[in-house]
Write a protein that binds this ligand. Structure first.
Ligand SMILES: [Cu+2]
Length: 127
């Protein structure tokens, strides 16, 4: 119960401040592979591999970004989240590499509402 309340307050507090989310590209994968962001946030990608990588939109991504150039080892690419729709990104050099999904605010609100409804159910059980 306390953990759920803490999680809810953490999720709520992150909606107030724009954040920079760090994504590592290592061992031919994006880490994390899914993250929740909101409009105004920044996503900072760092290539930690010896191999070059890039960050581009998948064809099916609801939002298309202007992708990065080729990132060499330790190169960074920062993307600002400007639209309230998911971003499906992957590496333009190795298109079969697992990509990354960036879920946007509306999904975070849905997540918070889901937690609230679970809390309500728990409260009903406790009473
Ligand atoms: Cu790559």
């Amino acid at each position: 119960m306390k953990a759920l309340l803490l999680l809810t307050s953490l999720l709520l507090s992150t909606t107030i401040l724009a954040a920079t989310h760090k994504v590592d590209i290592a061992s031919f994968a994006f880490s994390p592979s899914v993250l929740i962001a909101e409009v105004g946030d920044f996503i900072e990608f760092t290539n930690s591999d010896q191999a070059p990588h890039s960050v581009i939109s998948r064809a099916e991504s609801p939002v298309q970004i202007q992708g990065s150039s080729i990132l060499q080892t330790n190169d960074k690419f920062t993307l600002e989240v400007t639209e309230e729709a998911s971003l499906l990104l992957h590496c333009g050099v190795h298109r079969r590499m697992p990509g990354i999904e960036i879920k946007i605010l509306s999904e975070k609100v849905a997540l918070i509402n889901g937690i609230r409804s679970q809390l309500n159910k728990l409260e009903a059980i406790v009473k």
